[in-house]
Every structure is written in C-alpha cells, then in structure tokens.
Design a protein around this ligand. Structure first.
Ligand code: 9MR
Length: 456
C-alpha cells in the first residue's frame, strides 16, 4: 500500500500556516521593513515577493539558458523556476524504461546555483505523452504511469519543492466531469494513485493538482476540482496544494472572484499557487489584481509567470508577459513590482518567535564588513539580509546549520559548497545588501553565521 506519511520537517512546515501578525512582522523586520513608497522597497520581483515569504518565478526553456539576455533577467528577477517542457513525460521517458534527465537536470543545477526553488511539471498528464504511452490502456498504462511517477520523483528527490503531480484532468464547460483520456479510462482513482506514488517516492515535496480555467469560482470546472480536493483531504489522499495556471485571454479573463477562489481552496487546508500566469496584452490592472489577490491569501505561496519575454511566450503574438522582446520591463512589470512592494505581510498568529540571537559580523581582515539584519519570520522559514560595508565588489561566506536550508536568495550571486550548507554570495551589481530565505526544517533556533567578507 502506498505510504502517505510525511517527513517530519515537511509536515511541520505544512501545518505551519504562512502567517505572522502584522505587529510582530514589523518588529521582526526591524530596519528592513518595507513601507509603501519607502526607499527600501525591493527592486526585483523575487526579492519583493520574498519580503512576504512568497516566491516570484517563471517558466524556463532550458535551450534559452544559452541566451545571456534571457539568463540575465532570469537570474536578476526570479527566485523560482518551472521547466516549460523539459520535465514532461515525453521529455523524460521518450522510450519506455529509458529516462532522459539531461535538460531537466541542467535546469535544476542552474536553479540551485542561483538559490531558486524548482516546481516540477508534470508527472501525469493526458498530453505530451510519448508515443509508447499513448498507445497503452488498462492495467498496463496504469502501471506505466505509476512507474513514471515513481522513477521521476525519486530521481529529483530533495531538489523539487512542489510537484504538479496531475495536470489538467477535468473537462472545460458546464459538465464538471473528468476529462476523457487514456489515463481516465484506467479508472477514476488514477489521480489519487498518482499522488500516493509521488508521496512515497519523495515525501518532502509538496504535491499539487494543477489546471487551467479553475480561476472563476462560479465555473463548474472550478467547483469540480474543489470537490475533488475536499474529497482527497477527507480521505487522507496526500495532496498539499492546488495550482491555478491562470492563462488569461480574451476568452478567459481575470475574474473578479479570483480571490474567493484562492481563499476557498486554501480553506480546504491546501496551499495555492498561481502557476502559469500570462494575460493577453499584459494589462496593468489585471496583473496588479492577481498579485493583490495572492497577497491577500496567506496560503497563496507565490506566482509563476509562463515565460520571461513576450518573445519567449507560447502565445507570443498576444504579448502577455512582463518583459518585451528586447528584455525591457513593460508597464505590467512596474504594476506587479509596485503591488508586491505595497503588500502587507499576511495576518495571523506567529508560530515561531522572532530571532533574538546573535547577528554576526565576520572576523576583520577581508577588506569589508558584513552586518546581519534579521528579517521577517514565519512558522516554517525566516528571512535574513546582510549589508556589506567597505567594498563595492565583495564575496561573503554564510554558513547555515542543517537541517535548515536556504531556499531563495536575492540581490547577489550565490554558489554553494558540496554540503549545501555554506553559501558564498558575490556582489552582482545590485547594491550592497543581499538577502535570503532559510527554511527551518524543524530547527527554529539556529541562525546563519557570517564566516568572512572579502573585498574584490
Ligand atoms: O508553453 C508550453 C509549450 O511550449 C508546449 O508546446 C505546450 C505543450 O506541451 O505546453 C505549454 O505549456 C503548457 C503547460 O505545460 C500546461 N498548461 C498550459 C501551458 C500552455 O499550453
């Protein structure tokens, strides 16, 4: 029988709502608090989202990592990535039993070198199946699907924060029914079987159901997915999150009840993620509304846009993204950044006290000093910012006490030693203050230590 138990760190993390009282938040962030319009407002999407404990990510096409204009924006702005195509079934298992992880591993390596979180997309889907799978049915297909889930989740174990375990399994329109597919024809329980296999293979990844056209609370499809999640929660099927793709077009506009949808799913006890956001013609109002809706829901963990520049988009003729084809910021970018910076921390009770201890400065001699300012604290994670004085280019070595783990960084270029516990952060031209988010993973008292600050 599939094991639906969780690793201790993860279950603690899941139970801890992403909440902190506004008052404690202000105290904990001390000098680093961001007030609307304040001069200390973060200047990139990822850094700004991190100030409320969220991520701001993008879909990445691995082939574009060779394009330096693309990679410059990626590394500067985003602290989460989703493989646009490289973790789909046809990419990872082109022939039955023959797995091809090269491109996906390259993305994971890149993300790790930059302190970005990775969303895995997607383990089971009716689309993008390799030919050998398309021709299967019944028990043979069910077993092949479960084997794919197990092999892939095992391969990436420890490197994936969230898996889209099942993608797009419901019909559009008014039926509220499951989408017909070869997987659906193996039996209605194929979705929960996939979730159980994923949990067993990687107990530390959060497991999501992901779909499009589940943004409008009144839609039959939204209601059908809601009922499935409710049923899974009531029966102990291991599901942790729902991804709303949020591809907004003329035919599927941003709905005014989007916040109700997010909060209604969250009230079932799952996190919500906006996983593939793009909006036809990138109107500033709709982008701003989406950000504000996510910020208003404590369990909305972050936003991923489906590509960087309009020219990278799967529907590039609609110019739906935040950067134009030349890599310049569009008005929608400014609207998103401003909304993120104006966002207030989620309200609620803190589950962990703010750090009291030991801001550290390194031993002298490296030609610069590095001073720690404790940042915001949530139940499962906390932020830290470090200000360097005495040099304009520098590298700072930061040690983390395991099982704590740095999950996102901003305003610097990080590299890690082989243990993953020691980060060297180098200046990258974005100023003299860098920051990072640390997952507590069960240790709520340890705080980062600055080992050295070296000029040049
Ligand atoms: O953007 C992706 C495009 O490059 C692929 O050709 C297409 C088919 O696999 O998938 C696109 O991404 C889809 C995502 O995986 C699932 N939700 C809808 C996205 C846009 O079609």
């Amino acid at each position: 029988m599939a094991n639906s138990s969780r690793a201790p760190g993860r279950s603690r993390r899941l139970r801890a709502a992403l909440v902190v009282s506004a008052a404690v938040g202000l105290l904990a962030t001390a000098g680093a608090v961001v007030l609307p319009g304040s001069a200390s407002a973060a200047s990139t999407l990822g850094a700004s989202a991190a100030e409320s404990g969220r991520y701001f990510g993008t879909a990445v096409a691995v082939s574009r990592l060779n394009d330096s204009a693309y990679t410059t924006i990626l590394n500067r702005e985003f602290n989460q990535v989703t493989a646009e195509n490289e973790m789909k079934i046809d990419a990872l298992q082109p022939n039955q039993g023959q797995f091809n992880y090269g491109n996906a591993d390259r993305l994971v390596q890149h993300a790790r070198s930059q302190g970005m979180l990775v969303r895995g997309h997607t383990l089971a889907w009716h689309s993008q199946q390799p030919g050998w799978m398309q021709n299967m049915s019944g028990t043979t297909l069910r077993n092949a699907m479960l084997n794919h889930v197990t092999q892939v989740a095992t391969h990436f174990r420890g490197q994936i924060e969230w898996w889209d375990v099942v993608n797009e399994a419901f019909q559009d329109g008014s039926s509220g029914a499951r989408r017909d597919s070869n997987l659906q024809r193996t039996g209605n329980d194929w979705i929960e079987a996939a979730f159980r296999a994923a949990r067993q293979a990687d107990p530390n990844a959060d497991l999501c159901y992901n779909d499009y056209n589940i943004d409008n609370w009144n839609d039959a499809k939204t209601q059908a997915v809601y009922r499935m999640v409710q049923d899974f929660k009531s029966r102990g099927v291991p599901i942790d999150c729902v991804g709303l793709q949020s591809h907004f077009t003329g035919g599927s506009n941003y709905p005014s009840n989007y916040r109700t949808t997010l909060s209604s799913f969250a009230a079932l006890g799952v996190d919500v993620h906006i996983t593939e956001l793009d909006i036809r013609n990138a109107p500033t109002d709709a982008y701003r509304n989406v950000v504000n809706d996510c910020l208003a829901v404590a369990r909305c963990k972050g936003i991923t846009v489906w590509g960087i520049r309009d020219s990278d988009s799967w529907r590039s003729s609609e110019n739906p993204l935040l950067f134009n084809g030349s890599g310049q910021k569009k008005p929608a970018y400014d609207a998103v950044l401003t909304a993120l910076n104006n966002g207030t921390p989620p309200t609620g009770n803190p589950t962990t006290p703010p750090p009291t201890g030991n801001p550290t400065t390194p031993p002298p001699g490296g030609g610069c000093t590095a001073t720690v300012t404790p940042g915001q604290v949530w139940g499962d994670r906390y932020n830290t910012s470090v200000t360097v004085n005495g040099a304009s280019t520098w590298s700072v070595v930061v040690a983390i006490t395991p099982p704590q783990r740095i999950s996102a960084t901003w305003s610097g270029s990080p590299t890690w030693d082989s243990s993953g516990n020691v980060m060297t952060m180098r200046s990258n031209g974005s100023g003299n203050t860098f920051g990072f988010t640390t997952m507590m993973n069960g240790n709520s008292s340890a705080r980062p230590q600055i080992r050295s600050c070296t000029a040049g």
